[in-house]
Each structure stands twice: as C-alpha cells, then as structure tokens.
Design a protein around this ligand. Structure first.
Ligand SMILES: Nc1ncnc2c1ncn2[C@@H]1O[C@H](COP(=O)(O)OP(=O)(O)OP(=O)(O)O)[C@@H](O)[C@H]1O
Ligand SMILES: [Mg+2]
Length: 456
C-alpha cells in the first residue's frame, strides 16, 4: 500500500485520499499551495492520475520531477489552452492517466469559468464510465464554488467533491477565503488541512469544522506558523507541520536572494503534436495520430527512451512493448488495450481460455457444459469460478436461459462503452477496426483448439 509522506509526523495511505474531498484553507502566505504541492508530488509518485486547476501559474515546478502536461498561457505551458483543446486534454488525462496542469492564470471571468467548466464536466461525465481513481486540484476555489451563489461550474465541482467517490474522483480544494467557500463542500470534506486564519468570519468556519471548543480552536489556529496546520481526517484533529515541496514552488515569496530557474521535464512530443493540431482547428486529437494508409506509426515513446520510462508515468502508461499491429490504431487506444490485456493476463489460465474462446466466437452463446468442453475443464469449475473479471469489465455477459447459464463475448458493446470518447475521432470504420483488433489480441492470450469433437 502506497503511503503519502506529507510531513515529519504525517503519513497518509493513498487510499485514504484518493476519491476523497480534501480542503486546504488558510490566509495568504500560510502555506496552502505548498501543502497542495506536497500532496500532488506524493500522488504523482504513487502513480495516481490527476489534474489541477492552477489560477496563479505556480505548479509548473512539478515538471522538475514528473512528466506533467501544462496546458495554458503561462511561460511554462507545453500547449496553449482554448475551448477546442480543453476537452481533448481532459480525455487524454483521464483515459491515459496523463497528469495535467490547467494553467488559467492569464484568463479572467467568463472565459476562465467556461474553460474550467468544460474541463471538469468532461472529466465528470467520462469518469462515470471509467471509474478509475483520479484526483482534481482546484486553487482559489472560492472563485468557483462561492457560498450562496449557484452556477453550472459550481454544480459540477460540488458534484465531484460530494459525489465523486463512486466514480473514483476526488477533489483537493484550496482557498484563502474560508468563509466564502460553499459550506456544503467544506463540511463534507473527508480531510482538512487548516492553516492559519485571522479574520473572525474565517475563524467561525474553522470553529464549525474543528471538534474543539471555539476558544481553544481560536488560540491554536492563531498561533500556527507558515507550513503548520491542523490536520483533520474523520473526527480526529491535530497540529502538524507539512514538509517543503521537493519540486520548485512557483508561488514562493520573493526575496532579494537569487532563485535558480528549475530544469523542467519535457512531455512526450506526440502528445503535444496531437494537441497542437486540435488547437489549430485541424482534425481532433486522436485523428492526428496515425491511421492505416497514412504514415506508419513513429517509434513509440518507449522505444525513444529505452525499455523503462525515464520518469514515473502516471498509472504505468508506457511500461510495456506494443505489438506491431498496434500501428493500425491511434496510440492512446492501443495503450488502453494494453492495460486491459495486462489485467486479463493476471487471470487463472482456465479463465483466460474461457474469455479468449467467448471473445473469438462472439456473438454466439455457450451453456456452461459446452464451454467446459471447448476450453477443456470440468464444468463444475466454471460454476465455482466464473470468469468474474471479464464479466465485471463487460467483455463477457452471462444470461440464465432455458438451457442453463449461458455465456457470450460482448467486445462490441464493451468498445462502444469504454471507448466512446475516442469513437468520433476514429473515422467511419474505426469502431469495426477496434473491435477486430481487441478480439484478436484477447484471443491471442489463450488460443483454444476448436475441435468440434469435444462437444457432447
Ligand atoms: N511547510 C513549509 N515550510 C517552509 N516554508 C513554507 C512551507 N509552506 C510554505 N512555505 C513558504 O511560505 C511561502 C508561502 O507559501 P504558499 O505559497 O504555499 O502560501 P499560500 O498560503 O498558498 O499563499 P497564497 O494564499 O498567497 O497563495 C512560500 O515562500 C513558501 O515557500
Ligand atoms: Mg497559494
């Protein structure tokens, strides 16, 4: 189990943070962004996919150590941000686990709100199907979830914060204006980092959140130093010190001492190329990647960098060699298929044979006794150990018919559901190619002799 090291006396199991609503509050300069930066560093090190809405352009320093795509207008952006690319970026981040910083520091008012809304609502919708762990950080959240005002952006953030867990989504909301943040979100937060506040209104909010007497809370909170906070998980609260970020903090307090510019990692060229095409109004992201008849698939980033990724890629995105047949489909899809195959390879051999057989013979249905004969295993074993993982994923379906439990492959439906975000960019025969490719790769996992004499 991965543990996040947040301070000398503060470690948190990753499972306790992912899918949670985490609130970081405190006055200006109290250390909120450093705390958030530490949490994001640790999540990246634990390979948890994430994105964060950066209102001050201060998180790019994460690129010192991690491969993070910065999308926005600041000096450190890899890609410009606009209404065309924002949805593509959200898809890329969620489906492929590419960590993203959405730098909205040079946008104001309605434009900023529209971009953030598009990004988050796309994540929300697609997370409903994917149900994969994913964290979203939001700086200056009082701007987006103000108390007492209702906007479509506030609705989507509140949904993520309050109901995201079942979709795997969690939020880290950060604000220097505790009293201006929607109360429902703060009171429902499963984890709080309460840095120093001084204003009476903010202190009242802390008084409601902390399990201490109000006078006691006020005394402790008003004495907190920079980087110290009250950490609260569940109903237990204690004072802690947060460590300093390992990576460059773009929001450091300037002084007369010179500050060395950080060396930042570059994201993979093909992601940038595809996003740049979307930005220029050329065909969407996944069309920009090779298809049959166009150029051949350039060397994958794995080949460019050697067998092991040079940096921890979130969710091990590029950790395996890709089949040459992958060249017929856009790379993000192929990577996703590889992830699925890795999961199926972990199944016991009999179950692998069952799944491979059903998928190769889709849409035909097979009763358990027929299936047992085809895959050469006792029928009782199929009753005791049904191909649960494949049923859960939706690659295989099971119905109770007159002839008993009947299984069949459902790759076509799986593709429609799991790859729906990619389908529009795949071209007219894209879904058919994808179904064929997936069936072939799954069948290859455990070839089954199709000897009709086996059947009773
Ligand atoms: N845990 C810490 N230990 C030492 N220094 C810290 C710590 N946290 C923050 N600092 C320093 O304090 C200054 C302010 O920190 P930070 O930018 O995190 O504050 P903030 O609360 O986000 O401020 P703002 O509200 O203005 O965004 C920075 O120079 C930072 O390096
Ligand atoms: Mg800050």
């Amino acid at each position: 189990m991965s543990v996040l090291n947040l301070g000398p006396e503060l470690t948190v199991p990753v499972e306790e943070i992912v899918g949670q609503c985490v609130a970081i509050l405190g006055i200006r300069g109290s250390g909120k962004s450093n705390t958030a930066g530490v949490i994001f560093e640790e999540l990246l090190a634990a390979h948890c996919p994430l994105s964060l809405v950066d209102t001050d352009g201060e998180y790019f320093g994460l690129k010192e150590k991690y491969e993070v795509l910065v999308v926005g207008g600041g000096d450190h952006a890899d890609v410009e941000l606009n209404m065309t690319t924002v949805g593509e970026v959200a898809d890329l981040s969620l489906h492929e686990g590419v960590p993203v910083i959405l730098d909205v520091s040079d946008m104001l008012g309605a434009e900023r709100e529209a971009v953030v809304y598009d990004f988050l609502s796309r994540l929300w919708t697609h997370a409903g199907r994917l149900r994969t762990p994913y964290m979203i950080g939001i700086e200056e959240c009082h701007e987006f979830i103000p108390q007492g005002v209702r906007t479509r952006l506030k609705d989507v953030i509140a949904r993520i914060a309050l109901r995201g867990r079942k979709r795997g989504l969690g939020a880290v909301v950060i604000s220097q204006r505790s009293a201006k943040v929607e109360k429902d979100v703060l009171t429902q937060a499963g984890m709080l980092f309460l840095h120093r506040v001084v204003h009476e209104a903010d202190m009242r909010v802390y008084g409601e959140l902390l399990p201490w007497r109000k006078t006691e809370a006020k005394e402790i909170v008003s004495q907190l130093e920079v980087g110290e906070c009250i950490f609260m998980a569940g109903s237990a609260a204690r004072k802690v010190t947060i460590r300093v970020r390992h990576t460059f903090h773009g929001g450091y307090t300037p002084s007369f001492r010179p500050v060395e510019s950080p060396k930042l990692r570059q994201v993979r060229g093909r992601i940038l190329e595809a996003l740049a095409r979307a930005r220029d109004g050329e065909p969407p992201l996944f069309d920009a990647l090779p298809t049959p008849g166009s150029r051949t698939c350039p060397a994958s980033p794995i080949a460019e960098r050697g067998a092991q990724p040079a940096v921890p890629s979130a969710v091990g995105l590029l950790s395996e060699e890709i089949s040459p047949r992958a060249a017929i489909l856009p790379e993000p899809i192929v990577l996703r298929v590889e992830r699925l195959l890795r999961r199926l390879r972990r199944l016991p051999p009999v179950q692998r044979r069952v799944v491979a057989f059903l998928v190769a013979h889709e849409p035909d249905g097979y009763a358990t006794h027929e299936l047992a004969a085809w895959v050469d295993c006792p029928e009782a074993l199929l009753h005791v150990e049904p191909p649960q993982a494949a049923l859960d994923v939706g690659l295989v379906a099971c119905e109770r018919l007159a002839r008993g439990l009947t299984y069949r492959g459902t790759v076509r439906q799986y593709v429609e559901r799991a790859f729906s975000g990619f389908i529009p960019g795949l071209g007219p025969d894209g879904p058919r190619r994808l179904v064929a490719y997936l069936r072939q790769r799954i069948s290859d996992l455990a070839p089954v002799e199709c000897d009709l004499a086996h059947l009773p």
